[in-house]
Write a protein that binds this ligand. Structure first.
Ligand SMILES: Cc1cc2nc3c(=O)[nH]c(=O)nc-3n(C[C@H](O)[C@H](O)[C@H](O)COP(=O)(O)OP(=O)(O)OC[C@H]3O[C@@H](n4cnc5c(N)ncnc54)[C@H](O)[C@@H]3O)c2cc1C
Length: 501
């Protein structure tokens, strides 16, 4: 049987759900198709056994406050961060680095005095600049980029005017420092503020989180600002509650009249003479729609679901060239709660050289023997973000090596937290190959395409196609691989709806 909708959204990650909710709110007949049995994509809280529930991939998160408001997500259980039932949230969100003796050091102006009076005095100015830089980037992400070098319309020009105004309002010094910071290395940026290696390295860890780059790599100034924006600082927010975001979004889609089908994998996007008219699901069901918006990554959408035969050759070449390069693995430990790890975001990043060497392993297709770890806890569970673990291993494969990641992560962490060993009950590993096969992330890339300066602004996902459109009429992109993504902001999903003709 063939059915017809105004819009089909492929993928129920947070961006697909944001786009669906806005369209359903406008009264459109919307259908979201998700290949997994659950919604959420990378923003999901899953259970791997009794009392073993975790944010499987992305730790916690927040959406943009105006999206929470527009979509009435408070009525579905999601408050903007910093408010609980309208009152300020007093819960501290510490960002902690581990000193050589294993003791934790929180990165705030007061605690840093233990290490360096000078760094403590510079910390507020650093945080002020980062907040300002993040707010400029936020405005850029909320702006639909023009299709340079093509002509662009009034709507896109208006967005750019707003962005120009935001830059001007930032003041000459912050504007210049923002533009200057983007191509810098994270190392260069932090060295302008701090003298202590442990402080500099902890901040650099946030710059490389989720990216296949070391802190000495150009453009990690940009990724530091990006991650600062998406976290609202150095520490994650709402740890252990990632799933609440996408559950609230799914409830909003349904409350506005939209439909969500899980276990509904799109196998093909139907194209006839450069025009899209629907999709075909695995199993053969055909669903027609006036418009199709894909929240799956651009490589998967364009090369697998459409196919090179229906796209212009140069566009295919550009899409094939999108750098994906996932190199993150996750290890979740179920414990009896006596692990001894403090609450908050804990990083193991002893020095900038340590981080750079951890990254070096990816160049040779190897797993870092001395990894950069970021650890968060929620109840009895301990979640370890492991870098670097390249998607493509040169001399082995992930079926053989997954145990090695768990072993290295646990061994490294136990050197700092001796109680962890006795508290462990079981663990669950998610390799970069699992990112692809279970969570649908091509080449295990967390951001649907690396966050790099040549895949940024009007070059994301590819040069000339930054306004959510594709060479196929009625086919649009709204996931993290387009401008506004990655992170858990919802910007890409909302921008795509604005960009619809
Ligand atoms: C471990 C990890 C750490 C991260 N850390 C950070 C960070 O520190 N900073 C940052 O900015 N970002 C980070 N991210 C990235 C961020 O989480 C993502 O960019 C964001 O969540 C992606 O949301 P999305 O809705 O665009 O796509 P996804 O959440 O990937 O959702 C896409 C959905 O599409 C579905 N799908 C795919 N193909 C099909 C198909 N053919 N048919 C039907 N459904 C399909 C998938 O199953 C999935 O549910 C991290 C991600 C991971 C995995």
């Amino acid at each position: 049987m063939t059915t017809h909708h105004d819009t089909i959204i492929i993928g129920a990650g947070h961006n697909g759900l944001v786009a669906a909710a806005y369209l359903a709110k406008q009264g459109k007949k919307v259908l979201v198709l998700e290949r997994r049995a659950i919604v959420g994509g990378s923003v999901v809280t899953e259970s791997f056994g009794d009392n073993f529930s975790v944010d499987s991939l992305h730790t916690g998160g927040t959406l943009r406050p105006d999206i929470i408001k527009d979509l009435k997500l408070a009525s579905h259980g999601l408050q903007p961060f910093g408010s609980a039932q309208g009152k300020p949230d007093s819960a501290p969100q510490p960002f902690i680095t581990l000193l050589a003796d294993g003791s934790p050091l929180t990165l705030d102006a007061e605690s840093i005095k233990r290490i360096s009076e000078k760094d403590a005095a510079r910390f507020p100015e650093f945080a002020r600049f980062m907040d300002k830089a993040a707010s400029i980037l936020d405005t850029a992400y909320a702006t639909i980029m023009p299709r340079l070098p093509m002509n662009f319309g009034i709507r896109e020009g208006y967005g750019l005017l707003e962005l120009g105004l935001e830059l001007k309002l930032a003041g000459r010094k912050d504007m210049l420092n923002f533009i200057r910071a983007l191509p810098m290395t994270a190392q260069e940026l932090v060295e302008e503020y701090f003298e202590s290696e442990i402080i500099k390295a902890a901040i650099c860890a946030v710059a490389i989180h989720g990216s296949t780059l070391g802190p000495m790599g150009a453009g990690t100034g940009y990724t530091l600002i990006h991650n600062w924006l998406n976290r609202g600082g150095l520490a994650h927010k709402n740890i252990g509650k990632a799933g609440e975001i996408t559950t609230a979004l799914a409830n909003a889609v349904k409350a506005f009249g939209g439909e969500i089908r899980t276990e509904a994998e799109v196998e093909r996007i139907q194209v006839d003479r450069y025009t899209c008219n629907g999709v075909i699901l695995k199993g053969g069901e055909e669903i027609l729609a006036d418009k199709v918006i894909s929240a799956a990554d651009p490589k998967h959408t364009l090369l697998k679901l459409v196919g090179a035969q229906d796209l212009p050759p140069e566009f295919v070449w550009h899409t094939q060239s999108i750098k994906m390069r996932g190199s993150v693995a996750k290890v979740h430990l179920q414990t009896n709660g006596e692990h001894g790890i403090p609450a908050g975001t804990v990083v193991l990043a002893p020095s900038i050289k340590y981080l750079e060497k951890a990254y070096d392993a990816t160049k040779y297709g190897e797993i870092s023997e001395k990894p950069y770890l970021e650890v968060t806890t929620s109840g009895n569970t301990v979640s370890i973000h492991f870098q670097f673990a390249p998607y493509a291993l040169r001399n082995s494969d992930w079926k053989v090596e997954s145990g090695k990641v768990a072993e290295l992560a646990i061994k490294t962490l136990e050197e700092y937290f001796s109680a962890l060993h006795a508290s462990r009950i079981t663990h669950h590993i998610i390799t970069p190959q699992d990112f692809e096969s279970i969570y649908g992330l091509t080449e295990g890339d967390p951001n649907h395409g690396q966050l790099m300066l040549d895949q940024f602004l009007f070059m994301r996902p590819i040069p000339g196609w930054s306004n959510h459109k594709t060479p196929i009429d009625n086919l649009y992109l709204c996931g993290s691989g387009v401008h506004g993504g990655g992170g858990v902001s919802g910007a890409a999903g909302r921008n795509a709806v604005k960009a619809l003709k």
